[in-house]
Design a binder for this molecule. Structure first.
Ligand code: XMP
Length: 514
């Protein structure tokens, strides 16, 4: 797969750079900063971008790229640390700046051609650095400066090497995308990467790989597994078997919804009723981590048994297991700071299965970011209500019932949660919120209903705004909405006499309560 390689030097924006390039309809992949030149050639990469990073090239023992990368004859764009690294490795000088530049900064352009084509003499850019390039490497020219950076951008037009002290990938640099597009044009990367071409290529590859064999996949009804199933169905039709496990910890109406929707697509969906199994295993368990482990293990067990059963029933041709792994989970970063790959969530990963059952693994979404999966879903004709569903955790309502899980508690939570979502949707806020849900607390409180003392359960409401779940703000829901939800829950859900609103953000709180 050709396109642009983004070498990761540990910047918090590395993924953003890769996404921006893809937004320009050019394929991009994140690569280890010390990747070999041979590997770059083998992958057919047409241009490189060096990310920023937290280190200073003035120090010893900092991440460097392979020196021979500069001899490959492909264009390179260095950003912040990447630009300083380029300057230093090619013979320029980097020193500690007199003043740290942080945030919005005015930049003056010496040249408005090439990388800066279409820009004004003066632009706003976003800076975050304390080191400065103070002497250009041989063959380079300065193309921009700021009040505190004598060299805010440089180029070697002949070799097509560019260095930017600022960050074109963030939205605070309004012309950043224009600059990236200019770089892609200079590099000869045509804007041909789009979802339509992705689907065509992936379907062809899937058919070639799978042939007449069968594929098993776990379908949860969430965005990733839904898109995965429909994509596979497009490729191999009824040779896909989708397994939906009802663990008894699902939201109201969820099983029916998934079952009906995917049957309507023509997908062979097998629903496994394992509610009792899960509830039995969770009996007496209060510790959140134990609950998660039990659910995770049981999920794999139930899934494995179903696979074995299908094979015994004569589905001998099941050779593959499909999984909705996304790009952030497979990034091959070896960044010294953990890098993006350290954010992997192993939860609910059926990754251990293929070996145990002799399956081969297929992961058709492994090149995609979450927003691209949504675009893919839309291109495949999935309705908005699937594509823009709020996330729901694998362990389900079990991590929203604090303490021991029971059938009765599940019933209470299911109904309260349903009411909340109904009202949130009515208020037109569902898509605006990252998540909105109810939690059942392990306490009772005193209330009064119809002149009688009550001593009943407490439901908490959680609604957060977030970009990626790494951080989240509690949502400022209108009081009128909170009032309606509270009234309805207390009136309609038997056993609840108090509703509270969670006003904590992440960090320090997490989104889920367990
Ligand atoms: P926290 O609670 O860590 O959650 O702030 C961040 C995001 O991840 C979801 N979440 C999970 N998703 N399995 C999942 O598939 C899990 O075990 C799990 N725990 C949390 C959570 O809903 C939020 O979107």
């Amino acid at each position: 797969m050709e396109g642009v390689g983004v070498l990761d030097f540990g910047s918090q924006y590395t993924q953003l750079i890769a996404r921006r390039i893809r937004e320009c309809k050019v394929y991009s992949q994140i690569l280890p900063y010390n990747i070999s030149p041979q590997e770059i050639v083998r992958r057919g990469i047409k241009a490189l971008i060096f990310s920023g990073g937290p280190e200073s090239v003035r120090e010893g023992n900092v991440p460097l790229c392979n020196r021979k990368v500069f001899d490959l004859g492909i264009p390179i764009l260095g950003i912040c640390y990447g630009a300083q690294l380029m300057a230093k490795m090619l013979g320029g000088r980097v020193e500690k700046g007199e003043k740290r530049e942080y945030g919005k900064t005015v930049i003056y352009l010496n040249k408005r051609e090439g990388l800066f084509k279409g820009l004004a003499e003066k632009e706003i850019v976003w800076m975050s650095h304390s080191d400065c390039i103070t002497a250009l490497p041989h063959g380079f020219k300065r193309i921009a400066f700021t009040e505190h950076s004598p060299i805010a951008a440089m180029e070697d037009e002949k070799r097509r090497f560019y260095g930017l002290q600022f960050h074109p990938e963030v939205t605070h640099t309004p012309k950043g995308k224009r600059i990236l597009k200019n770089f892609l044009r200079i590099a000869g990367c045509a804007p041909t990467w789009n979802m339509h071409s992705f689907i065509e290529r992936t379907i062809k590859e899937l058919r070639a790989k799978i042939g007449e064999e069968k594929v098993l996949c776990a379908l949860s009804g969430g965005v990733d597994s839904s898109v995965l199933s429909v994509l596979l169905y497009r490729a191999i039709g009824r040779n896909l078997i989708a397994v939906f496990i009802d663990n008894g910890l699902l939201r109201k109406g969820e099983k029916k919804l998934v079952q009906e929707r995917f049957k309507a697509y023509g997908i062979d969906i097998r629903v496994i009723n394992a509610q009792n199994l899960f509830l039995e295993a969770l009996k007496g368990v209060e510790d959140p981590e134990r609950k998660r482990r039990i659910i995770g293990r049981l999920f794999i067990k139930v899934f494995t048994e179903e696979a074995k059963r299908l094979i015994e029933l004569g589905e001998r041709r099941i050779r593959f297991l499909a999984q909705g792994t996304l790009y952030p989970d497979v990034i091959e970063s070896v960044s010294p700071f953990g890098g993006p790959s350290s954010t992997i969530k192993t939860h609910h990963n059926v990754g251990g299965l293929p070996k145990r059952l002799g399956f081969s693994l297929i992961e058709p979404l492994r090149e995609l970011f979450k927003d691209e999966v949504r675009r893919l879903g839309r291109e495949l004709g999935l309705p908005e209500e699937i594509i823009y569903r709020q996330p729901f955790p694998g362990p389900g309502l079990a991590v929203r019932i604090l303490g021991e899980v029971s059938k009765r508690k599940l019933e209470i939570l299911r109904l309260a949660d349903w009411i909340l979502l109904e009202e949130i949707k009515k208020a037109g806020l569902y898509h605006h919120l990252w998540q909105s849900f109810c939690i059942l607390l392990p306490v009772r409180s005193v209330g009064i209903m119809g002149d009688k003392r009550t001593y009943e359960r407490v439901v908490a409401i959680r609604a957060v705004e977030s970009e990626d779940a790494m951080t989240a703000h509690w949502a400022r829901l209108p009081y009128s909405l909170l009032e309606r939800v509270s009234n309805r829950i207390i009136n309609e859900v038997k056993g609840v006499n108090r509703v509270v609103y969670d006003i904590s953000s992440k960090p320090p709180s997490t989104i889920e309560w367990e």
